[in-house]
Design a protein around this ligand. Structure first.
Ligand SMILES: [Zn+2]
Length: 76
């Protein structure tokens, strides 16, 4: 069986500029992370507040989620 994915390789934090929500204009966009995420383990590793939205196990093209209205969209 393959081991769990390395948490550090996942984009839990987006350090670059964030897009504004195309629906409500909020700047509270969060990256959408797909696949299995062990948040407890993540917190032990880093100690920072998780800043992502869980997208589920099946990857989709939407990679941003608005923290204000919940809208998801595909961006850079
Ligand atoms: Zn929004």
């Amino acid at each position: 069986m393959p081991g769990p994915e390395r948490l550090k390789d996942k984009p839990y934090h987006h350090d670059g500029p964030r897009p504004d929500c195309p629906r409500c204009g909020s700047s509270q966009a969060k990256p959408v992370v797909y696949g299995f995420v062990d948040v407890g383990e993540y917190l032990e590793l880093d100690g920072r507040t998780p800043d992502f939205e869980l997208g589920g196990l099946a990857p989709k093209s939407e990679n941003w989620c608005c923290g204000q209205c919940g809208h998801r969209w595909k961006g850079v």
